[in-house]
Design a protein around this ligand. Sequence first.
Ligand code: ADP
Ligand code: MG
Length: 709
Amino acid sequence: MGRAFFSMADQFLDTSIEFIKGVGPKRAELLGEELHLNTFGDLLFYFPFRYEDRSKFYKVSEIHGDLPYVQLKGQITFMEEMGDRYRKRLVAKFRDDSGSVDLVWFKGVSYFKKVLKTNQTYILFAKPNLYKGHLNLVHPELQSLEEYQSQLSSKISPVYPSTEKLGKMSLGGRQIQKLSRNLLQKAKGRIPENISDEIRSKYALINREQAIFQIHFPENAEELKKARFRMKFEELFFIQLEMLKLKLVKLESSQGYVFSQVGDYLNQFYEKYLSFDLTGAQKRVLKEIRKDLGSGKQMNRLLQGDVGSGKTIVAVMSMLIALDNGFQAAMMAPTEILATQHYESLKELLEPLGVRFALLTGSTPKADRIPIHEALEDGSMQILVGTHALLEDKVKFKQLGLAVIDEQHRFGVAQRARLWKKSKQAPHVLIMTATPIPRTLAMTLYGDLDVSTIDELPPGRKPIKTIHWYESKRLRLFGFMEEEIAKGRQIYVVYPLIEESAKMDYANLEEGFQHIFKRFAPPKYKVSIVHGKMPADKKNFEMDRFVNGETDIMVSTTVIEVGVNVPNASVMIIESAERFGLSQLHQLRGRVGRGAEQSFCVLMTGNKLSSDSRTRMQTMVETNDGFRISEVDLQLRGPGDLTGTQQSGLPINLKLTDLARDGRIIKLAREAAEDLLNRDPDLAMNDHSMVKHYIQQQKKGKMDWSRIA
Ligand code: ADP
Ligand code: MG
C-alpha cells in the first residue's frame, strides 16, 4: 500500500529542525520552546500570517496609524541618542521627497547608531505607530538599496510570526523566512499528498507540495490564492472527518446516564440560597438541560449567551442535578484565572449546601493533588473545578456524570473526547460560550451539538455607556477615572497585545502603565498589573487583589478577556481600541456592567482612523447586543484581501481558515468528508490509503489538537 514511499517522506518531515541550514542545536531548542517548531514538518506548516507587497512604496506623507506596514525609500538625515542610562533610545529622522518621519529604537541603541549611515538610501519596512498622536516607526527594518535589489525574487514577501525572545536570538520573522526558504530547497519530492486524486480533481485542489511551496513563497496573488484554498480545504477536510467520526461513534453509544430526579441539593439551593430570580431565558435553558439529562441519551449541549447573561448559574444548577442523582461533576475553564474565579463563585454558592468541591490547576502543589485524586476516586469529592489539568490521566472520577466546559473555543474537539473517557460511560457535556457564532457556522462547526441560547440579560442591569475618545481627550479620561474611583468604583485599563509586534506592545504597555502609575500613585491609589508573560501565581495574586477590591485599577493585556467577574469594576478603558476586532471589544466590555452602578466603556484611539475602525467604534457606541455586533463584524470583514489573520474564539484550532470568510470552503470540505465516509467508512479502499495514513500520523500526536490558546 505504498508504505515505503510514505515512511521515507515521513522521515524527512520528522527530521529535527536543528538540521536546517542556519539553525543548530541551541536555536532548535528555542524554536521548540517558543513556537513548538521541532521538526521539518513543523516548519513547513508554520505559515506566513500575512504577506507584504514589496512592489509598493509609500510616501512618507501617505502613512497613517492604521496601515499594517509600509515600505519607504529614503534617507536618514539625522540621528540622536536620547533618554537616560536606564531607558536609552535612538531617534532618527527619515526623509523622502514628501516629508520626514521619526524612527525610534529602544533596543540595540549603540549598535544601530554605529551601523546606520546618514545620507545613504535605505529601503525601510515598519509598522506605523501612533504614540500620543504623533506618528513614528519603532524598530524599523532597514536594507541598503543594493541589498534590497539583490534579494528580491518575488514581489510578495511572506511574514512569519515570532516572539520577543526569538527576536533577541536573531530568530525574528525575517530570519524565520530565511529558514523556511532553506528548508523548501530540500523539500522537493518529500511532501506526501494526503487527499485522494479523485477528491482533488473534484474540488480543483492543487497538489500538496505545490501548495506548500506557494503558500510560503508565492509567485503571484493567483498562485497564493490557489495554495491557500488547497490548504484550508485540507485543514477543514480532516477536521470534518474527525467530527463526523465522533458523531458516528456517538450514535453507536449515545446512551447517557439518566438523572431522573431533582433532589435536595437543587431544591434547597433554589429555595434558600439563590438570591435572585432566574430570568425567563435561564429558566427555559434549564428546562432544556433537565430534559436532556433525564432522557437516557448523552447530552452534548452548547450554551450560548452574551457576556453577563448568567450562564454560570445555569451550569451550577445543572451540576446540582448531577449530584442529586449521586454523580460527580467537573467544570473546566481555559485559564487559571477563570478556573479560580469559578471556584470562588462555587464557594459562595455551594458552601452553605455542604457540597464538597476542589480546584485543580497546573499550579496546584503536588501535595494537595493527592488527597484530591483520592477523594475523586472514592466519590467523596463531588465537584472538581479546574483548567486542562483535569484532563490528566491521574485524574479519575468514581462516577463523572456531567462535565461543564467554559469558553470551549479554547479547547479542541479531541479534548472533549478525553473527558468522556474519564467515565465508564460518556458523561453529559455542557459547553458554555459567549462568542456568538452565526447560525450557519455553528451548524457546521458544532454539527454534533444541540444549542441553547440565553438571549436575555438579568433585570436591573443598566446598559453600559460606551464612549469613544481620541487621544487628545487623555486628560479628560484621567479626570473621569479619578471621579469614578472617588465614588468607590474600580477600573480596568486594557492594552492590545498582538504577537506580530509584541515588542512594541510591551513597550506601550509599560509606558502606559508608568503613565497611569504616575498619575494614580500610592498611597492614594493602588494599581494592579497583569500580562500574559507573568508567572501564573503572580498573575493570580494581582488578580486577587483587584477582585478583593484592594486595588483601584487593573492594567492588563487582553488576558482578562474571558470570564472574570468583578461587579464593583464599572469602568472599562480600552487603549488603542482600533487594534481590536469588534467581537473582542464586546467581550472586553462585558467585564463591566455586572453591578448595580452605571458602567462605562471608554474606547481610546489615535486621531487618524480608517473607515472600518470608525465603523467599529461607532457600532460599539451604538449597541450592546452581541449578536448585532457579530453581524457587523462579519460584514466588515467580508471576503477578500491577502492577509490572513490568526483567529481566536474558535471551537477548534484553525491555522488558516477564517470562519467569517470561508463558509464556502467549510461546506465543500464537509461535503467531501461526508461523501468519503459514506462510500468507505473505514477508509479501507486503496484510493483512500493516503487519507488514512495521514490520519494515523496525526494520531501519533503530530497534529496539534491539544494546544490551548
Ligand atoms: P456569564 O458567564 O454569562 O458571562 P455570569 O454567570 O458570570 O455571566 O453572570 C454575571 C453576573 O450576573 C453574576 O454576578 C451573576 O451572579 C449575576 N446573575 C446571573 N443571573 C442573574 C439573575 N437572573 N438575576 C440577577 N443577577 C444574575
Ligand atoms: Mg462566564
